[in-house]
Design a protein around this ligand. Sequence first.
Ligand code: ADP
Length: 373
Amino acid sequence: MSGRLAGAVLVLNCGSSSLKYRLFDGADTLAHGLVERIGEPGGDAADHGAALGSVLSTLDLTGLAAVGHRVVHGGPDFSAPAVVDDAVVDAVRRLIPLAPLHNPANLAGIEVARRLLPNVPQVAVFDTAFHATMPEATATYAIDVEVARRLRVRKYGFHGTSHAYVSRCAATLLGRPPAEVNVITLHLGNGASACAVHGGRSIATTMGMTPLPGLVMGTRSGDIDPAVVFHLHRVGGMSIDEIDNLLNRDGGLRGLAGENDMRAVLRRRSEGDAAATLAFDVYCTRIKQYVGAYLALLGRLDAIAFTAGVGENAPVVRAAALAGLAGLGIAVDPDRNARAEPVISPPGSPVTVCVIPTDEEFEIAEQTRHALA
Ligand code: ADP
């Protein structure tokens, strides 16, 4: 996807208390930064409006052609980036119940940017949109169809801009058009998800209606028997909010090893710490399970791409997650893996395993240009 819209693009990623920005001219970054602890005592700004106001005052905005916003949840409404108008703002607001932690901040960013830059077109780029191509067979939960329809309960998936970008880079690495390549992308950051990409289109992903299921994450449990929730409530006396915390904020690596940072888990594991070792094993085994599942869904696999903080920086995780899969054509070369060369599988492997740094902001800028072109 090449940009046809001339001029600079400002990419905004608003969290509940943060604002990340990057100003692009084509592929070049002109400026970037982060405003933190918005609205908190001693923070950098009182609200998102003040934060963006101070960011804009430091930037040279001559030639600014567009603002691209990261929006986490596009629900069933958005299968592509959307040029922002009042209807899009209303739709993002109606999706807040599906993403109560993320969409309000994303919406605040859009509203503030529209107010401060009224003559610049704005585009909302959704984390879910790339997965809109998932067939019903992987997107549907097996529950009462009427309940699911009314409450919009289905698999949406997240990290879409990253999976889109990384799968396209993997095709480039193979020297083939994305439409001819099947890739499993493994986005392993604080949040983590896997995606089966068939000819450039997502056909399955590990996150669901929310970003909770699938892989083990920094603080999220990933997959769990949903009846555990009933048990924790009925037998353990925990409230829904307490269970929400247990699974979303105190789960994952934090739940198993007491810390959410993979670097600390790896250090303790190398010192023989039992909890850290189990956390590592659960983390890597979960990835391997999905590699096998997605190999089956794809039918033919050309590449596996590791990305994000853990995927790009932890050779030991990459090696363990794919250990023992030589019979499936999947292998990791220890030297290449240690050097994090783009290709880490041995020469001639049926499946090319690679490490590709993700760049969600660049992808948002590209999609913003594309939406306006
Ligand atoms: P986010 O999902 O917030 O964008 P990142 O993609 O930056 O996060 O990933 C952050 C995580 O990456 C950290 O929590 C840490 O566990 C992991 N990480 C970063 N560097 C390393 C490293 N050298 N080795 C292992 N894990 C790392």
